[in-house]
Design a protein around this ligand. Structure first.
Ligand code: MOS
Length: 698
């Protein structure tokens, strides 16, 4: 690579289209004869539909059809129980979509939905996760294929023999992904082929699922996802909206637009499972950890198993000869949990990094120093070398930038007027993986190039980053390169998820571009008018990778102030330093990192799905009652990165940075609150009522 586009700040290529409103999202493509869908969620929790009367809905002017289990087109039952929609009278959780009203206008569809009459036979339900739930079981593996439990050495003996012991339990509530754009689809059938414009994180996967569900060959399904307004994991796999829209479009023989409402995305399209996590750390008086154990409990649904990898973070983070991790699940009458930014690592790091702070306090050692003392030489889990591990560099650089050296370790030591002030730190890590992808590169006679890959830009700047990578791989000015993404007709590629978009896609793009240059160097005479095209696949190369530990790292620093009269917590400052391989585009990279950190602050102080067992559902189903930070809550957020060359990762040397920003943030804030007030909050979110009366707070 030599053109020098990689590493240079560049605003998003599609930015002008987005700010001028010409960028089309899934339900914004102009279409003749379009109809509108409105999904009908069930108010029952567990049972079956005994009667569904759609006549009153059909009587609403403009209503075209009401789909339900009695009349909807049939789907293949073997794809995913969550997507087997409108096929059976069974109700598995409150909010499950049991009907879809299709109408000439969105208003008529919504009005029609109010008039669908449903009777149920209901059964008792269980929807609350508890540590002693009788249904606790050990899953076969945890996402995305890790062993359920791990053990090395003799944890119990080493813990019992440790001079300093921490044995604490942390709880996190359910969290709901709230991308700006909800799950939304426009579906149309033409001559037996299905075309959908859909909001998702990877349309290759959506195409595959739709083909299976409807019993079609893959090439009879096209999924266009040119612009996507966020996902955070909730759109990492096809969900209800796209299936409902495709069913309805087939039924009514017209295009159907369906956007879930804000309220409807609280549950049926996935959420982060609540967790109960017991962490035990045994160390000597110098803070050298001898024994670490992390036992995680989370929930899944009765429909299908989703086993969040909550304790996996602890397997590779800090050294200790005696170590154990376990995962247990409960099947509840709830929608299936799903991915949310750094699934597993994020709640897991809240627990382990908080426990590290508790250990630092118990040993009287600075929490930055404690982490440095427990830095492993090789991956403590698998015994493999790290491709690169710059956690210590992140900690020391972060401490320098934050001004950590001036910190008085004593809690409640700093006070400015009514504000009690404290600081906290946490480590952060996230796997650096890549998924097999394909790409084509074409050279044209006029000196221009076209790169095609079914990557997805969910707002991250992926399109721009790939364009920069391609320009350098082609050794040409970026203006000569055009990049096409977001369409299942393009070469298949992995999802924008797991922080492996840029690593996976840039790999295929670079291979295609390098191969094209190679062919061009042997080419004599003019290029044909249609250009010279080469295609690259990375599956073999990824499979042949050496076994090594591949992770991104970070250090999170937080300063909070707590109102001594009211317990109000403000985050005055967040500062993160990250080791994420090569940074392709500093502008979009920074936006991912500060976005992740802000989401972590939201987790620490604001977000909480509050479940009411009587109704088997969360009581807060909108952004008025499910709190997230407003701009005024976000004061100073700084993200930096250390230089990192990592040739063992992938050709571009990138680690991905969509998730690392959220990992550890909540622990840094919780530890800062403890430093300010003396109170350790072990169940998120940190609300003022958890501080009032128990600390220096009034
Ligand atoms: Mo991310 S939760 O893997 O989209």
């Amino acid at each position: 690579m030599s053109a020098g586009a990689v590493g240079r700040a560049h605003t998003r290529l599609e930015g002008p289209e987005k700010v001028s409103g010409t960028a089309r999202y899934a339900v914004e493509y102009p279409l003749d004869d379009v109809t509108y869908g409105w999904a009908v969620p069930t108010a029952a929790v567990r049972g079956r539909i005994t009667r569904l009367d759609s006549e009153p809905a059909l009587a609403v002017p403009g209503v075209v059809a009401v789909l339900h289990h009695g009349n909807a087109p049939r789907l293949s039952p073997d794809v995913d129980p969550e997507l087997y929609l409108l096929q059976e009278p069974a109700v598995h959780y409150r909010g499950q979509f049991v009907a879809l009203v299709v109408a000439e206008s969105i208003e008529a569809a919504r009005e029609g939905a109010r008039h669908v009459r449903i009777d149920y036979d209901t059964e008792p339900h269980s929807t609350v996760l508890t540590a002693d739930h009788p249904g606790l079981y050990r899953p076969e593996k945890v996402n995305p294929g890790y062993p359920t439990d791990t053990a090395e050495g003799d944890f119990d003996a080493a813990f019992a023999a440790s001079e300093v012991r921490v044995d604490v339990t942390y709880r996190t509530p359910a969290y709901h992904n709230n991308p700006m754009e909800p799950h939304a689809t426009t579906a149309q059938w033409r001559d037996g082929r299905l075309l959908v414009h859909d909001s998702n994180q990877g349309s290759t996967a959506v195409q595959a699922a739709l083909a299976e569900l409807f019993g079609l060959p893959r090439d009879a399904v096209r999924v266009v996802s040119e612009h996507v307004g966020g996902g955070f994991g909730s759109k990492g796999y096809p969900k209800a909206a796209v299936v409902l829209a495709a069913l309805a479009a087939r039924q009514v023989g017209r295009p159907v637009r369906l956007a879930l409402t804000r309220q409807q995305i609280f549950g049926p399209v996935g959420y982060r499972t609540p967790t109960i996590q017991r962490v035990r750390l045994g160390a000597d008086a110098d803070g050298r950890i001898a024994a670490v154990c992390h036992d995680a409990i989370s929930q899944t649904s009765r429909l299908t198993e989703f086993a969040e990898q909550t304790a996996v973070y602890t397997r590779s983070m800090y050294a200790a000869p005696h170590r154990r991790t376990t995962h247990r699940l409960v099947r509840l009458d709830v929608p299936t949990p799903f991915w949310m930014r750094a699934p597993g690592e994020c709640p897991g790091a809240y627990a382990l990094e908080s426990a590290m702070d508790e250990l630092a306090a118990a040993c009287g050692i600075d929490p930055v120093e404690l982490r440095i003392r427990n830095e492993p030489d090789i991956d403590p889990d698998q015994g493999h070398p790290f491709t690169s591990r710059n956690l210590v560099a992140c900690l020391t650089e972060g401490a320098r930038r934050f001004g950590w050296a001036d910190r008085n370790p004593r809690p409640c030591a700093r006070r400015e007027g009514r504000w009690m002030i404290g600081t906290g730190v946490a480590g952060s890590s996230y796997p650096a993986r890549a998924r097999a992808s394909a790409a084509t590169a074409t050279a044209f006679p006029d000196g221009g190039y076209l790169v095609r890959i079914n990557a997805t830009d969910i707002g991250t700047g992926a399109r721009t980053a790939l364009w920069q990578v391609a320009a350098d791989a082609l050794d040409t000015p970026p203006e000569r390169v055009r990049i096409l993404i977001g369409d299942s007709d393009l070469p298949p590629a992995g999802v924008a998820g797991g922080s492996m978009g840029t690593s996976s896609w840039s790999w295929a793009v670079m291979r295609a571009c390098q191969e094209l240059r190679d062919q061009l160097s042997h080419h004599s005479g003019a290029l044909p008018a249609e250009g010279l095209t080469v295609e690259a696949h990375t599956a073999d190369e990824i499979r042949a990778q050496r076994p090594m530990a591949r992770y991104a790292y970070g250090a999170q620093f937080a300063e909070v102030r707590v109102d001594a009269d009211t317990g109000e917590v403000r985050v005055s400052r967040l500062l993160g330093v990250f080791a994420v391989g090569r940074v392709v585009n500093p502008t979009t990279a920074r936006s991912q990192l500060i976005g992740g950190m802000t989401m972590g602050m939201s987790m620490a102080l604001h977000e909480e799905g509050v479940l009411d067992e009587r109704y088997g559902d969360w009581v807060n189903h909108d952004l008025a009652t499910y709190h997230i930070p407003a701009c005024a809550d976000v004061e100073r957020v700084e993200a930096y990165w250390v230089p990192e060359e990592d040739p063992d990762l992938n050709p571009a040397g990138v680690k991905g940075l969509g998730e690392i920003g959220i990992v550890g943030t909540a622990a840094a804030i919780a530890s800062a609150v403890r430093h300010a007030t003396g109170v350790r909050v072990r169940d998120l979110p940190i609300r003022l009522d958890k501080l009032i009366g128990v600390s220096g707070v009034a």
